[in-house]
Design a protein around this ligand. Sequence first.
Ligand code: PEP
Length: 247
Amino acid sequence: MRKKIVAGNWKMNMTPSEAVALAETLKPLVATSEADVVFCVPAVDIVPVVNAVKGTNIEVGAENLYFEDKGAYTGEISADMILDAGAKYVVIGHSERREYFKETDEIVNKKVLKALEKGLTPILCCGESLTQREQGITIEWVRMQIKIALQGVSAEEAEKIVIAYEPIWAIGTGKTATTEQAQEVCGAIRVVLGEIYGCETAEKIRIQYGGSVNEGNAAELFAQPDIDGGLVGGASLKPGFGVIANA
Ligand code: PEP
């Protein structure tokens, strides 16, 4: 039985003091969640949020990492920095990074490998654009993203990864995929994981849905057989995240 995982993606919101205040607000609201609860926060917020949630059921994640260990990469953040700051998860390949920062599937793959090598849990994002959905290539597209992102990842390592299916047209738009659409693609992701690693491993890998998840739709989405929780953007910044984490 896969344990559900509900992660907030705070994006480029919350100064360190605002982040601590939000963590304090959300702490009691997610305390009864039976899922793994993760706050993925801006790099400068990791240490204060880790301190704020110490002793609770909340883990902290970064929103990005660089695939080199250290050196002349101005502005980047390494896996060791993230770990030493106290975070355990890292979002990799979010569509905003792919679109605005030109991250390719190959870069995403390098980041996944580095995170796993260092012992961080990747939340690996994939998903199609509206054009791709209209062209009828959603499943092929997502299969390809997963196959490239997982190049060189062993079955043992793959079990630790969390995959987030996030249709780009549903992110921050208020448009949620229907439960059928979300389940269809999450099910297809499990099929491709089975092709790569075998069914036993595929059944262990957690797959989230992300894209305008809110208090009203979370329970139905998370009840789907291949949806093991959510990656939540906008709604993770509000007290309603407590309802989502308990859904
Ligand atoms: C996200 O950015 O990962 C996301 C799912 O955003 P939102 O929930 O705001 O659509």
